[in-house]
Design a protein around this ligand. Structure first.
Ligand SMILES: [Mg+2]
Length: 353
């Protein structure tokens, strides 16, 4: 059994944010073997990562044995180290790695979650939290019955009126009651001083965590914040590779790690991050965890499962959860249990080598 073909497309994603998340949007990677198996993975990085997947990664992978997923993951990282290591190239590797895990599951006629933990239970309830970007989305989440909500506050800007954030958090706490989980995500807009000011001001409302308040590489500032903040600090959706997460753990900058399986290096990296976090006594809460790839790890190896709502604009896979749903569960299936939409199949048919 050998890898016969590696290709990728960027699907249409109406409604995706009009920034890098569209320009360098999610790609679907297809890996095919010479004995007829097809693995699907999702990576990031748009056309840039399609190019990476279909040149340097394809050259490395075609003819290789797909069953050595971890070995191929290491080989892809080494092969791209001169220009990779973090960012776009790892987003491309993530998509390929997931497609290889999908093939591994299909070859063994098992769900990937069963490969990670043979005792995993399909259909067991997994709590979710709903990420909301504005008041309308919050209202929809309240109405649906969500009792864990993450408020995005980047709409208040780089130099926010702290009282406006306090008012939003206070209204949300009042609406949801004392036992609900409320998180706050600043999407890397603030300085250390602003982050501390906001953390102090919202702490009385029992906030579960403050997420990524500063740019991801401001590790010195994060260290200070983690020491001084009265609220737990979460981050890591823009970190790459197990080595990157090891550095975050060693520096003690986050209480909760949020790897994104489609960006950080795929399932091979996510499994390693879980292992590192366990050794360090830290919680892992994967970015947009209720989507079909992360959920396999959350359901099978996560000691404190909590899955973030999926991206509303990413609808080109079957097996995507209903974004209005409260709670989720792992659905039975083989591989990751996903297929691609007809539109994606046509895009691959029309896709030139
Ligand atoms: Mg975030």
């Amino acid at each position: 059994m050998k890898i016969a073909r590696v290709d990728a497309i960027q699907p249409e994603t109406p409604g995706s944010p009009p920034d890098w998340r569209t320009q360098l949007g999610q790609i679907i990677v297809r890996v095919q073997t010479d004995d007829g198996l097809t693995g699907w993975g999702v990576g990031g990085g748009g056309r840039a990562c399609i190019h990476v997947a279909e040149t340097v990664l394809r050259d490395l992978l075609v003819g290789a044995d797909p069953s050595d997923v971890e070995g191929l993951h290491a080989a892809m990282f080494d092969h791209t180290s001169f220009y990779g290591r973090k960012g776009l190239v790892i987003m491309a590797i993530s998509g390929v790695d997931l497609a290889l895990w999908d093939i591994r599951g299909k070859r063994l006629n098992r769900h990937v979650a069963q490969l990670l933990n043979p005792e995993v239970e399909f259909g067991r309830g997994i709590p979710t939290y709903c990420t909301v970007f504005d008041d309308d989305e919050a209202e929809t989440a309240f109405t649906a019955g969500h009792v864990a909500i993450k408020l995005h506050v980047e709409r208040f800007g780089d130099d926010p009126d702290v009282s406006a954030i306090v008012s939003l958090v206070s209204r949300t706490r009042e609406r949801l009651g004392p036992t609900a989980q409320i998180m706050v995500d600043a999407f890397a807009r603030w300085t250390l001083q602003t982050s501390l000011e906001v953390a102090d001001a919202i702490a009385p409302f029992q906030i579960e965590w403050l997420e990524e308040p500063m740019l991801p590489d401001r590790l010195g500032d994060y260290r200070e914040l983690a020491k001084q903040s009265p609220i737990k600090i979460a981050g890591g959706e823009h970190e790459y590779t197990a080595g990157g997460f090891r550095e975050l753990i060693d520096l003690g900058v986050h209480h909760i790690l949020q790897p994104d399986i489609n960006w950080c290096g795929g399932m091979t990296t996510l499994v390693e991050v879980y292992r590192l976090a366990k050794d360090a006594g830290l919680q892992v809460c994967p970015h947009r965890g209720s989507e079909p790839f992360s959920i396999a790890a959350i359901a099978s190896i996560d000691p404190t499962p909590l899955a973030e709502s999926p991206r509303r604009w990413f609808r080109c896979l079957t097996g995507m959860p209903d974004d209005r749903g409260v709670g989720t569960q792992l659905q039975p299936g083989i591989g990751f249990g996903v297929d691609v939409s007809e539109q994606v199949k046509i895009a691959f048919e029309n896709h030139a080598d």
